[in-house]
Structures are given as structure tokens and as C-alpha cells.
Design a protein around this ligand. Sequence first.
Ligand SMILES: NC(=O)c1ccc[n+]([C@@H]2O[C@H](COP(=O)([O-])OP(=O)(O)OC[C@H]3O[C@@H](n4cnc5c(N)ncnc54)[C@H](OP(=O)(O)O)[C@@H]3O)[C@@H](O)[C@H]2O)c1
Length: 248
Amino acid sequence: MHSLDGKVAIITGGNSGIGKATASLFAKEGAQVIITGRRQEVLDAAAEEIGHGAVGVCGDVAQYDFHQRLADKVRKMFGGVDVYMANAGIINLEGSAAVSVSDYDKHFAINTRGVFFGVQAISPLIRAGGNIIVTSSLAATKVLPQHTLYAGSKAAMAAFARNWAIEFKERKIRVNILSPGPTETEILGKLGVTDADRPGFEAHMANLIPAGRMGRPEELAEAALFLAAKGTFVNGVELIVDGGMSLT
Ligand SMILES: NC(=O)c1ccc[n+]([C@@H]2O[C@H](COP(=O)([O-])OP(=O)(O)OC[C@H]3O[C@@H](n4cnc5c(N)ncnc54)[C@H](OP(=O)(O)O)[C@@H]3O)[C@@H](O)[C@H]2O)c1
């Protein structure tokens, strides 16, 4: 008997990093997993690696129609959903003076609007006893250099999640926030940290984190599993998984 036997879980941004590690763990725990991302070949490879019949659905969370298409597909294939993890996200670090309108719109279209309309489309499919996890960031509550735009785009999630926890209470759907601290994923490369720079970057981060190192995607996945399966009385909370960085 596994903790997610017979459950259906959707994880956006499930072809990489924290999302992929979570999808792998949920699948091992018995869930039928549906992962999303924009890169078809990376999605296919991730679904293959996750195994257990994982399904990939390609699309952009910034597009309103994508969420409707995903909901239709999942309804037809599986009838309903038990866990929805709105995890897809981007980050570009720069001081506010350098932020363009297009950077601003991109962050809010993906990190904020994508989460809102994802929940709007998928929540009608969530069965009683199910739950929603939104991946925010330590940066939403801790001031970090050059994080202003990203922090703002993530901070809305806490307000969304707390309101949804009340909106969905009659339907017995819990809603929680998972906020990672610095975690070793592809996002670092997307931020411009090259392979050559990586040891220096990781050593710098290790100095800032009481745990003395960055987090691993598998550690975030364990926290997501707790919220999804074990934490049945946990609702409307922000679980910060950051090796203690919020204390510094
Ligand atoms: N790693 C960290 O240090 C850290 C810290 C705090 C919070 N987070 C948050 O954790 C979440 C996962 O990040 P990660 O570190 O695992 O990074 P990652 O490895 O870069 O994964 C990001 C995922 O989001 C997907 N994605 C990005 N934009 C998308 C879009 N417009 N439509 C659909 N999918 C999109 C990516 O897939 P495609 O590229 O194929 O679209 C990828 O699967 C993000 O929300 C991030 O903000 C990460």
C-alpha cells in the first residue's frame, strides 16, 4: 500500500527540477501522474524516466486555453484529479531599474496568472479529499538581492492559496503553498549560472544557508508528498523548505 495509490496528480513544470522529482516520487507512491512543460522532447523523456504510465501534456501555462485543454484531456482520460501542483515558474534576476515591461508581463503571466487560471480550470475536477499545492518561493517573504520582480510575482500565491482554502472548503479540498529556498535545478542555468560558475555559486549559497548547502529537488518532492498525502489536517499554510535560510 502506497500513500497515493489510485490517485491522479497533475504537476505543471513536471519535466524538470522540483516538478520532475515530485512527479517521480508521486508515481512511486502509486499516483497516475500527468506532467506539463513547454518542451515536447524534454517532456517525453521525463515521462519515460518517471515511468508508471506518466503522461506528458505540452503547453504554456501563460496561455489561458492551455489550462482548458489540459482539463478536457484529464477529464476524458482519468475522470477526475486528486492533486494539482501548480509548479511551473521562471525567474530572471535584475534590479528594478532594468526591468522592462516585457520582463514584468512574462513573470506575471507565467508565475501568477498561470497559477490562477490553472486552478480555475482544474479545480472543478478535483475530488473531495484532494488538494492543491502552489510552488512559491522563499523570495516571496525574504528580501534577496535583485529578486523584486520575481518576489512580487510569487507573493500573490499566498493570498490566492489562503482564499482558495476557504472557497473550496465545502468541497473538502485543501490548498497549501510550498516555498523552496535555493535548490539545485535547471533554473540555475536559465538564470545564467554556467557550469563553470556553478561550484562558486553553490559555495556562495552554502554560506548563506544554515544547512551549509543548497536543497535538492528530491527534498522538495518529499515536502510536496507530505502536503499531498500525509498532511490531511494541513490547510492554508506556507511550508518553507530552505535549509533554514529564512532565519538568516
Ligand atoms: N530552484 C530554486 O532555487 C527555486 C527556489 C524557489 C522557488 N522555485 C520555484 O520552483 C518551481 C520549479 O522550479 P525549478 O527550480 O524546478 O526550475 P526548472 O528546473 O527550471 O523547472 C521549471 C519548470 O517550469 C516549466 N515552465 C516554465 N515556464 C513555463 C511556461 N510558461 N509554461 C509551462 N511550463 C513552464 C519548465 O518547463 P519548460 O521549460 O519545458 O517550459 C520546467 O518544467 C518554479 O516555480 C520556481 O520559481 C525554485
